[in-house]
Ligand binder design. Structure first.
Ligand code: ZN
Length: 312
């Protein structure tokens, strides 16, 4: 982005998935018909999304997430619902839903779920960042077709950064749901838990939605106490991660625990306990004797854990 030179990016911003967006959103220039105008530009490129999957071209040695207007049309892109992500050096970039069935795609196209796109490293950081922006915006539009105040039908404005209700005049703005994710630490140990839906052997940081009226610090303290029975004192922000499932922002913190006895909420966690630095180090390196592991590279939880251990 032209307002954030690359040298301003922290190390975290190059290591955490979905954080590398370089599209200039040009927010101050968004007119009501910004998306329609961008779609008239012959060099416009679109990301195409359908049911939580991104359409990718299988290109030489990699994947290309961008489609020309003609290519998008052939895949039944819904241009009227396209959102404008902004401008790249190569012209306007948009994201749109499309209607072609997964099974009907030609061999050189694949529809891959967002999570796999990130876990399998199919896209570079810059394109993953654009995906986070496009996927979050499109999800918000999909679930805000009607006015929350009067029930009237709403229409898209400002290239997708607003919806307007003609019936009552209310404007609606895209939302981002903040989630606190924290590594509670105490001396040479840190607190990790596992939910039943995690991959076998995986342990991670605790996390939870920040509630209305709550500070980040208190959300960290509340979630850690509710999930693990551990009391937290000082909380320090470390890094954040856009998380397009469907439109969250993960806010990563280190939390200083002031109690020791873990009392896990077994309705949410199947296990939660203290781990020594040495044990976590083996989990990060993939050499743990029982096969325990941390989340993969690119996950903010791993960034918090690795930062505390002092490796990577
Ligand atoms: Zn209304």
């Amino acid at each position: 982005m032209n307002f954030a030179p690359p040298e301003a990016q922290s190390e975290a911003e190059t290591q955490i998935a979905f954080t590398g967006n370089l599209i200039d959103p040009q927010s101050e220039h968004r007119t009501d018909d910004a998306a329609g105008k961008a779609l008239k530009d012959p060099v416009a490129r679109l990301m195409l999304v359908r049911e939580g999957r991104l359409c990718l071209k299988v290109a030489d040695g990699g994947f290309d997430p961008y489609f020309s207007l003609v290519e998008a049309d052939a895949l039944e892109a819904r241009f009227g619902e396209a959102v404008l992500l902004g401008r790249s050096a190569r012209g306007p970039v948009l994201a749109a839903p499309y209607d072609s069935e997964k099974e009907a795609l030609p061999d050189n196209l694949k529809a891959i779920d967002f999570r796999s796109v990130y876990i399998q490293g199919l896209l570079g950081g810059e394109d993953l960042g654009a995906l986070a922006q496009g996927a979050a915006l499109l999800s918000w539009h999909e679930s805000h077709r009607f006015c929350g105040r009067c029930g009237g039908e709403t229409v898209m404005r400002a290239g997708g950064y607003r919806r307007f209700c003609a019936a009552c005049g209310r404007e609606h703005f895209p939302r981002t749901d903040p989630v606190a994710i924290m590594l509670a630490v105490r001396g040479s140990e840190c607190l990790l838990g596992r939910s039943p839906h995690f991959a076998p052997g995986m342990y991670s940081c605790l996390a939870g939605f920040i509630e209305p009226g709550e500070t980040i610090e208190n959300a960290v303290r509340r979630e850690t106490f509710e999930e693990a029975g551990i009391r937290v004192g000082r909380v320090a922000y470390q890094a954040s991660q856009p998380w397009p499932f469907p439109y969250s922002l993960m806010i990563g913190c280190i939390a200083e625990a002031v109690s020791e006895k873990v009392d896990p909420d077994l309705s949410e966690l199947e296990d939660c306990r203290w781990f020594t630095r040495e044990e976590v180090s083996r989990m990060l390196a993939g050499t743990h004797e029982a096969g325990l592991m941390t989340p993969p590279k690119g996950a903010i939880a791993r960034h918090l854990i690795a930062g505390w251990v002092g490796r990577e």
